[in-house]
Design a binder for this molecule. Sequence first.
Ligand code: NFS
Ligand code: SF4
Length: 649
Amino acid sequence: MAREKKTPEELVSDAASVEMVKKSIDDCVDTCFSRAETQKTPCKFGTLGVCCKICHMGPCRITPNAPRGICGADADTIVARNFLREVAAGTAAHSDHGRHLVLNFKKVAEGKNKDYQLTDIVALHRIAGKYNIETVDRNDNEIALELAELFISEFTKQEETLETLNLAPENTRKLWKKYDIEPHGIDRMVVEAMHRTHMGVDHDYRNLLDHAFRTSLADGWGGARIASMIGDILFGTPKPVRSTANLGVLEEQHVNIIVHGHEPSLSEMLSAAVKDPEVVEYAKQAGAEGITIAGLCCTANEVLMRRGIPVAGNFLQQELAIITGSVEMMIVDVQCVMPSLPNVASNYHTEVISTADIAKTIGADHVSFDADNAYESSLALIKRAIDNYKNRDPHKVQIPSEKKPLVAGFSVETIRHMLGGRFRASFRPLNDAIISGRIQGVVGIVGCNNIKTKTDSYINTLTSELIKRNIIILKTGCAAQASAKAGKLTPETALEEAGAGLREVCETVGIPPILHMGSCVDNCRILEASSELVWEGGLGDILGGLPAVGVAPEWMSEKAVTIGCYFVASGVDVILGQSFHTSGSENVERYLCEGAQERFGGGFHYIPDPMDAVEKIMELINEARNNLGINKKAERKLMDMKDRRALDV
Ligand code: NFS
Ligand code: SF4
């Protein structure tokens, strides 16, 4: 079916985006929303996953009349190969981000990069302790260096399994061993995925999909986890922080700089440099009242979590931010950066600057990011943005007023402290609340926006309905920003909607019912929190037994495919708002859904409607609660005289 033309109100949820989609039409600027119309109907073969272009005898496409490609590959092989390649790409993206951080971390430990510090020594010791690295009577740089070398070896290991897997509960690890999906070195897993999917290698869809799970674990319990941990050591473990979200964070009288992409090293430095009196003065001389730095996508989450930098928007707002006409510079690095940005920017005065040597775009100016000279390069970029302020055309400026207050910064450490207090930090109160039924379960809502769904609509409906039903929500990525824009990340507004049990717990311990845990690599923090629930006791002894579900309502990226896989392989049921490109093979779908459920305790479910998803989630949580034996209503016992006397001792 051809994609029908939609009104701005049907495309996007928040008022700021509606206003900017309208402006894009008035300004005759192409955006993802208009291009989606010209793209018309998505290719059927691609949607089913049955197009193979792995060798040059093809491309081959599977149809009822042509059930095999020229080499003899059937739909199962082709669909599974395509799927594994997606997972490999997702793992590669997160893990390369992790690698860049590790290499920088090593330089800092060696004293070779003075622009960055070991900011959070408590985190350094805590993390070194997890890997049994000696911390007593050693200096911090020595500890950091040993940790950096260990992390590097996680990428290069050939035959040993990843050490980071040991951060998972024992019984979950046993399952990985039993089904032979423990990953070796991260790089090896990705290389092997490419080898297996080369023409004429692995043809058994089950073997291919097992490697997809194995590769995904090298991300969630490998590269992504390492990225989060190093982020905490270098930039600080996130603590609750107030900020604001949506395009209204841009300011008319300010020089506006947007940081967009994923890796935190440059955005952290820019966020620090923007306060430097030298550039503040320089901005004044240019006639601006100040400098605003705001984030997009997961870069926004990184600098929000640790510095409270405001969020300009999530994935589908990247072009809309430029359309405000008020952005002097958009600085991008890697992932989820649309190649259209320079084209959109050419209609305004915005400079698009790419900074990662592995990610260039025609039309963007490339300024290679030099981590060894990060502060000075940040100052230079900010000055260049200030120089561009004079080129702003006031007639083209239209900044939507909409922005919402928020609280973010919920690392596992923070949650533990909030739940238990400074001196007895613990997850106990949360476990008790789940066991008593005041909180029914935990749901992670994560992932992107996708042009196929009205932006944020599925995410926000689902979130509201679940907190009403006493489900505590853990969020990351663009899904967290959707809540922020809807004003649901302040404890006050969220509590108004929460069910009585959840509200009581949140009020007692002082946590909001929707917890923003960070960027997409921080999905591993959701697994970390889940592991804490297992270790705390009373909720079984394996991740797969928890009353917990993961949801990616509006996902679009290969990274999201990988994240889904490592959640499922960790035993967590995952609900997807739209299916993978696998429906061309019943066998593959069965293996990913029922097959995974039988083996790991969690599988994939495709549910396009948020209210159907609510129903399924409550069913899964109920089932887990029954299995744990915690679903009984607490019996209310009426005391007779004998009981009373027994109490009187
Ligand atoms: Ni995740 Fe982040 Fe957003 Fe999706 Fe892209 S920014 S890493 S992939 S679109 S959540
Ligand atoms: Fe066709 Fe096989 Fe080549 Fe794929 S690998 S393009 S199915 S011949």
